[in-house]
Design a protein. Sequence first.
Length: 149
Amino acid sequence: MRISGKNLKFMMGDLKLQAQKWTLSITDNSAVTKTNGVPDDYVDGDVDASGELELVTSQFNLLMLAAKQAGSFRGLPTFDAMGFGQTDRDTLKVDMYGIKLKISDLIDADSSGGNALVHKIPFDITSPDFVHINGVPYLRPDETVDIIG
């Protein structure tokens, strides 16, 4: 059996959320350098990462309990999170550092029914620890040594 969305869990600090869907996208603006129009090397570019959780109302309400404890949704501190999936054949662990949550689609309801209400929670990665995939950092140590220490 292969890993699918059914196998993935999202851990937000100590809170385990079952997302209907979650995404994480990395933008790496490294680029090819050219001399006289011919590729001859590359340069590192800036990076960022962001994603989105889609939560049914019961899972969204768990998130809102954490927001209530923080005093407001925007008062939620940044946190580290992990996405993890495992089958008898494959394992995938994605660590994300310094997540800052937002709300985009609080309500998107269709009166014809047929689907559970889903709340969309976009997020940005704000830490120089950035993203680790199966324990391997995306960024090289020399890229973050003066930031992390």
